[in-house]
Design a protein around this ligand. Structure first.
Ligand SMILES: NC(=O)C1=CN([C@@H]2O[C@H](COP(=O)(O)OP(=O)(O)OC[C@H]3O[C@@H](n4cnc5c(N)ncnc54)[C@H](O)[C@@H]3O)[C@@H](O)[C@H]2O)C=CC1
Ligand SMILES: O=C(O)C(=O)[C@H](O)COP(=O)(O)O
Length: 380
């Protein structure tokens, strides 16, 4: 079995070498000629997988180590009898951590607390549902919309119009262009105008879910409106003026925790085993390192809301990624190359649940709110 894989998929050799030789490629530049001796193709979100790439190649199976599948022509794969697997949920926790870190920056900037916010969630799948659970347990009011889910599945739902009245609107849908509820430019000038003038829009799903030009005009017109963007129209070529108007701007790394990336590898490894009818011999636990020394201890002197923000940002500080992006974009001769380099060289980051937090036994409120945010809380 000959495998070709994106060089940015971690643990390729550890998981896949038992199947045969692995050739690695750069995700954006792989072409049909590179795949003439490939049976199994493993990609990330930057490779468009369609008839152009695969026709005339021996590829029998495609795996993407990502949640999103908008880069894959699923209809073509089906027509061509090519097996397929994605990695649903693999990095959902990482995206939730990103949103929590971004919200903590927002409440800091506005001298608020998490519990002062009403958060609107658009798309209550793996990410949206986990975020909702965490926020509600942290005392945040949530409004949610998802036309493909029932309340029995995901809790109370409302309309998009209602969700747009929230203080923060955070997007967690796939990118779709067809059907009754397409998400391409779901947030356009009209929908932005429905939002509060001092609301905050967070997009960590796919760039084109927001009309970026309309958002740029909206930000220019309303000084109190904030945008936090991890994903952009026309990635990796991003609109510098839009970036400069964002409260936080990052290079599509919301899901880039070590845990999230490695989960993605394990999920597609299992799918390849199933496709080939082979036993599953490798488990992620064999390879995932111990969380290391990231621990925080609080005393009973720290106010709960302050401890929560400190713990979230000790686990993951989104402003570091924002700073790296702005610096790289300012200095780069090629912004496209800089965007991809930031992603390729992304520093090691672990999910919030891997971080141990110590709290005094008598601080039950503090214990509960940190546990709600997902931390491994120990009393001392
Ligand atoms: N920035 C990053 O690094 C990452 C981005 N993503 C993106 O986030 C998206 C969401 O991830 P998951 O929650 O794991 O996906 P999911 O597939 O579990 O959930 C998506 C939800 O959106 C809902 N939905 C579809 N159309 C909708 C509409 N018009 N309005 C409201 N809801 C709608 C679906 O019914 C589904 O429940 C992925 O499709 C991917 O594109 C995912 C991981 C990392
Ligand atoms: O899982 C998804 O969907 C994502 O957006 C990934 O986190 C994106 O990572 P790359 O595939 O672009 O490396």
């Amino acid at each position: 079995m000959r495998i070709s894989a994106d060089e940015n998929i971690p643990l390729l050799t550890s998981f896949f070498s038992e199947f045969g030789p692995i050739r690695q490629f750069t995700g954006r530049s792989v072409n049909r000629d590179d795949l003439l001796e490939t049976d199994v193709l493993l990609v990330r979100s930057v490779t468009r997988v369609d008839e152009n790439l695969l026709a005339g190649t021996p590829v029998k199976f495609v795996g993407t180590a990502t949640i999103g599948t908008d880069h894959i022509d699923l209809e073509y794969l089906k027509r061509a009898g090519i097996g397929f697997a994605s990695a649903p949920g693999c990095n959902a926790q990482a995206v939730v951590d990103y949103v929590l870190s971004a919200l903590s920056v927002l409440v800091d900037a506005r001298d608020q607390r998490f519990a002062d916010l009403v958060v609107g969630i658009v798309g209550v799948g793996n990410v949206g549902a986990c975020l909702r659970r965490r926020l509600e347990e942290m005392g945040v009011k949530v409004l949610a919309v998802d036309p493909f889910k029932t309340e029995a599945e995901v809790g109370e739902l409302t309309t998009l119009d209602e969700v747009l009245t929230a203080d923060v609107v955070t997007l967690h849908t796939p990118l779709t262009t067809e059907g009754d509820h397409p998400t391409w430019h779901l947030i356009n000038a009209e929908r932005l105008a429905q939002m509060k003038p001092d609301a905050c829009l967070i997009n960590t799903c796919r760039g084109p879910v927001v009309d970026n030009q309309a958002l740029k005009s909206h930000l220019a017109a309303l000084s109190e409106f904030e945008a936090i963007l991890d994903v952009w129209e026309n990635e990796p070529e991003l609109d510098l003026e839009l970036m400069q108007r964002c409260l936080i701007a990052t290079p599509h790394i919301a899901g880039y925790s070590l845990d999230g990336k490695m989960n993605g590898t394990e999920i597609i490894y299992r799918a390849v085993c199933e496709f080939l009818g082979l036993p599953i011999r490798r488990k992620l636990g064999q390879f995932l390192p111990e969380p290391g020394v990231k621990r925080v201890n609080f005393t009973d002197q720290v106010p709960v809301h302050q401890a929560l923000r400190t713990a979230i940002r000790a686990a993951y500080e989104v402003r570091v990624d924002d700073g790296m992006m702005r610096t790289a974009m300012r200095r780069a001769s090629s912004r496209k190359a800089a965007f991809d380099q930031l992603r390729r060289d992304y520093p090691l980051r672990r999910d919030i649940p891997t971080m141990r937090v110590g709290v005094p036994a008598k601080c039950q409120d503090l214990h509960d709110v940190l546990a709600a945010a997902g931390f491994d809380v120990r009393t001392k």
